[in-house]
Design a protein around this ligand. Structure first.
Ligand SMILES: Cc1cc2nc3c(=O)[nH]c(=O)nc-3n(C[C@H](O)[C@H](O)[C@H](O)COP(=O)(O)OP(=O)(O)OC[C@H]3O[C@@H](n4cnc5c(N)ncnc54)[C@H](O)[C@@H]3O)c2cc1C
Length: 632
């Protein structure tokens, strides 16, 4: 092993792998230091990628040259498009993957990358000189030198598993926890908090009776994440939906006092949006049943994931309650459910580049920043890898803003609000979501990917052609005019105007592109499959043009606030007219723009005006805070 690398990535999970691949493609020599080289990007829980809000992140990762979308498309067993009855901003893709196939695919990509070396070891200590990271010491004491480090250690830091009264020191089930690295971070002055998450037991598929469960087939054609993927060659495997019963409620209700969440044994905050079954039964006592989705974990395994039944009750209670669910009366467990508590670093300690404020060249990505989810982790990993590589080259960082990406929304939320519960992406978090659709992820981000060398020229040119074809199709739809007397069959409320363009028709409620087929001489005879993507892109842009334009104006306003930069070492304490609470928050979060300052919880418009006046007055020579004492 050559013992010095440009970048060491600690952790080969979803964040670590994206970070390493991006940095490697930007020409950096990278080491992934991880506990088990065979478990790269392992899906520790449900092997599903995407879903509401999360799928947008995957599309963005793909547009920036990341790997998650391709891996999910390749390992998919069931492919679905969600939310189609609503507007295109919230359409989402979800793929149920084969866990082993996903993991094998990623291991193969990493093995083929000659710039990446995988070191199977536990990182124990960080070595910092003059405030800059210079090496990582493994728990065995071996030193590995570097110019930057990305910590992507997931739920392993200080991991503690709870099953009933039982406590087990572990990062995930059957995997050891990592305590030394947390200690090292504390020594450098990082604040460390505690969060928790949970998982359901796994079921032996042969012990399930699906007769009374609702089948959930995949969609055909399969919706895919990556523009590089093609349709799956194998038939899709269905998932099933079932329900808890009155008996489930009775058993769990009677045993709440045996759940570590209710005994006071487990006090850290878990994800509100993904409560355990005991939490659901306690919080919604009027609800008689809860949905449970039965989802396969892979083609080579019989294990089934009962989505919706996360629990940390004692194992015998888990089993008794599970056997009251329709179709699961004779089920057998392959392993029990559990809750896990772990350390995280509240994200006010990182910059929007994901570099820590305390140690130069040290980046945090993924669950360590308080997020939860494979996609959230992968999005941060990609950005940390890009920014660490740019910093080594002395180039400007890449910071995506809230108006151009969900990844930007997530990182901005983290650095301005420092989540105190596991952060998951939802479309509702993005105020500019009409501009942040799945279908335009490449329009928004592929240019950055190309500039950084993460997207090949050929791929970029192909996409540019698609953009031109979309524009041409939109122009054509505006130009082709129709006589109203020919519109009899369409479900329309037509005004007196008798000269319509096809685009006018598309803007009407309930009219879809398909409805134009009989009216459009060009579409007639055209094979829609070959132009599917052009058609979908043109249709969305025409139908929602009014809203999109309104959003563009809001984005212009937002950009103005974002361009009012605040230097990193700006002395907020010298600013007049700020309330004490505002001052404390500004010093803690160190916003990089006036816009970002406005998004910090507790900052009022009065504080913002005072700050704006102060910044304007001192534009030429802003008052600078004294530098913090250097860590060694
Ligand atoms: C019980 C449970 C259930 C979950 N359920 C879901 C779910 O259904 N859907 C979902 O999207 N997300 C789920 N999550 C969250 C998801 O697993 C994480 O958010 C995601 O995996 C985080 O990615 P990461 O890259 O930050 O870390 P991880 O994927 O956890 O990877 C961490 C990596 O760091 C390595 N590591 C740790 N410490 C060290 C060290 N000291 N030295 C070297 N290597 C180290 C580990 O070996 C591992 O490779 C669940 C998590 C848990 C624990």
């Amino acid at each position: 092993m050559n013992n010095t690398f440009d970048i060491i990535v600690i952790g080969g999970g979803h964040a670590g792998v994206e970070a390493a691949l991006a940095a490697s493609r930007m020409g950096k020599r990278v080491a992934i230091m991880t506990l088990d080289r065979a478990k790269l990007a392992l899906m520790s829980c449900n092997p599903a990628v995407g879903g509401l809000g999360k799928s947008h992140i995957v599309k963005e990762i793909d547009a920036l040259g990341g790997i998650m979308g391709l891996a999910a498309d390749t390992a998919g067993m069931q492919y679905r498009r969600l939310n189609l009855s609503r507007g295109p901003a919230v359409w989402a893709t979800r793929i149920q993957c084969d866990r082993d196939k996903y993991n094998d695919y990623i291991c193969g990509v990493v093995a083929d990358d000659s710039n990446i070396e995988v070191i199977e070891a536990a990182a124990g200590r960080l070595v910092v000189k003059s405030g800059h990271i210079v090496a990582v010491l493994t728990e065995e004491g071996e030193s590995v030198g570097c110019r930057a480090v990305i910590i992507a250690s997931g739920t392993f830091l200080g991991g503690l598993i709870h099953i009933g009264q039982k406590k087990i020191k572990a990062g995930r089930y059957n995997e050891k926890a990592s305590y030394r690295l947390s200690e090292s971070l504390r020594e450098f002055g990082f604040e460390i908090g505690r969060l928790k998450t949970g998982t359901p037991p796994r079921l032996d598929g042969d012990s399930i009776d699906y007769t009374n469960c609702e089948i959930q087939p995949g969609d055909i054609p399969a919706p895919l994440f990556s523009y590089k993927s093609s349709q799956p060659s194998k038939p899709q495997i269905p998932c099933y939906l079932t329900y808890t019963t009155a008996k489930t409620k009775e058993i769990i209700g009677r045993n709440l006092n045996r759940s570590p969440m209710f005994t006071g044994q487990l006090n850290s905050t878990g994800p509100r949006y993904c409560p355990s079954i005991e939490d659901k039964i306690h919080r919604f006592p009027h609800k008689e049943t809860h949905q449970i989705f039965l989802e396969p974990e892979g083609a080579g395994t019989n294990e089934i994931y009962p989505n919706g039944f996360s629990t940390s009750l004692p194992e015998e209670i888990q089993l008794a309650a599970m056997r009251t669910i329709i179709g699961l009366e004779k089920c057998k467990f392959t392993r029990p459910g559990y809750a896990v508590e772990y350390d995280y670093c509240p994200a006010y300690q990182i910059r929007p580049t994901l570099e820590t404020r305390r140690v130069e060249g040290l980046y945090f990505a993924g669950q360590i920043n308080g997020t939860s989810g494979y996609e959230e982790a992968a999005g941060q990993g990609l950005m940390a890898g890009i920014n660490a590589a740019l910093k080594i080259d002395g180039r400007e960082p890449l910071i995506l803003d809230r108006s151009e990406s969900y990844i930007g929304v997530m990182i901005d939320d983290l650095v301005t609000r420092s989540t105190t519960e596991p952060y998951r992406m939802f479309t509702s978090r993005a105020e500019h979501r009409l501009n942040l659709r799945e279908d335009n992820a490449r329009d928004r981000l592929m240019g950055y990917g190309r500039k950084l060398g993460l997207i090949a020229q050929g791929e970029f040119d192909k996409f540019s052609k698609l953009q031109v074809a979309t524009r041409e199709e939109m122009e054509r739809l505006e130009k082709v005019r129709l006589d109203v007397s020919r519109l009899g069959g369409l479900p329309l409320q037509i005004s007196r105007k008798n000269n319509f363009s096809l685009a006018d028709l598309l803007r009407m409620p309930k009219v879809r592109y398909e409805d134009l087929r009989d009216l459009d001489p060009y579409l007639n005879g055209d094979d829609p499959d070959t132009r599917k993507e052009i058609i979908e892109r043109a249709e969305i842009r025409i139908r929602y043009a009014g809203y999109i334009e309104k959003q563009r104006r809001e984005i212009d306003k937002f950009k103005k606030m974002e361009t009012e930069q605040i230097p990193e070492s700006f002395d907020f304490e010298s600013a007049k007219g700020l309330r004490a609470e505002a001052l404390e928050k500004l010093v803690r979060y160190k916003p990089s723009s006036l816009g970002q300052a406005g998004r910090i919880e507790g900052i009022t418009s009065g504080d913002l005006s005072a700050l704006a006046v102060w910044i304007k007055r001192h534009r030429q020579s802003p008052p600078m805070a004294k530098p913090a004492p250097q860590t060694t």
